[in-house]
Design a protein around this ligand. Structure first.
Ligand code: THU
Length: 132
């Protein structure tokens, strides 16, 4: 992924983060997921009065892409106020599709805080290959 695409993903995540529904945590998260076909699917966290029902931004982006027929993911940008890292559940969902996927962690000003792969975030992941 070139610098231009990296920057586009981060800026899409910053833009979509404005739509986060976060009345409880007040911690908006934006995600932008790049597919092999070049499409970008965005996601935000959507909280719920029944707290565990909340869904994270990363999983919204992945589920939107899958429901639109795409499963080949290349990179995801995740934007928070302070460059927070994806939660364990989101790491597992990302690993389902591509452990080599790039993960860009950025803050709300667009600063790249960290760049790694899903494998870095979730070593020795349990994935579909384990069920073969
Ligand atoms: N959150 C995400 O959207 N992604 C993560 O990977 C970490 C946490 C959300 C869930 C909740 O709405 C808020 O951040 C605080 O936990």
């Amino acid at each position: 992924m070139n610098d231009e695409m990296q920057s586009e993903l981060i800026h899409k995540a910053i833009e979509t983060r404005k739509n986060a529904y976060v009345p409880y945590s007040h911690y908006p998260v934006g995600a932008a997921l790049l597919t092999a076909s070049g499409n970008i699917f965005t996601g935000v966290n959507v909280e719920n009065a029944a707290y565990p029902t909340t869904i994270c931004a990363e999983r919204v982006a992945v589920f939107k892409a899958v429901s639109e027929g795409e499963q080949d993911f290349r990179a995801i940008a995740v934007v928070t106020a302070n460059g927070g890292s994806p939660c364990g559940s989101c790491r597992q969902v990302l690993a389902e599709f591509n452990t080599d996927m790039d993960v860009l962690i950025a803050d709300e000003d667009g600063n790249l805080i960290a760049k790694m792969t899903v494998s870095d975030l979730l070593p020795s992941a349990f994935t579909p290959k384990d069920l073969k």
